[in-house]
Design a protein around this ligand. Sequence first.
Ligand code: ZN
Length: 144
Amino acid sequence: MGCEEFEVLLNGYIDGELKDPDLKRVEEHLAGCPHCRKLVRDYRRLKEVTTEMRFKEPPQDIWNSYWQRIFHRITRGAGWVFFLVGVVAVAGFAIYEFATDPAVEALQKLIVFAIFVGLGLLLISVIWERVKASKTDKYKEIER
Ligand SMILES: [Zn+2]
């Protein structure tokens, strides 16, 4: 057997699929050919590496951090929603109490009302900016 014929049978030999008489002839060739022995070693190493790569991909910690990032984003978003709902409820309740308190003068009520309206508008504009920024943020998916 020559080296060219061996190289044709190389894959089958490494996968253990060769049967006699091919197997016997391949082993005879290997016994007398350092070049093809090296070829077998290289192919086996390559196979090991690719097998390991298959087992390692995807590495578990990449999956973990992927789910962690999603989890963080969801909890952060939910946290903000709950916080804002709470703030709005408390503010609304306080405004209602204040506005219906007969001991407070109408002018004072108007001034405090103006302050709350101003704060509300500022809050809305900040949220609006955030929403717009997150829509155009190209690096949103990249961890900071
Ligand atoms: Zn050879």
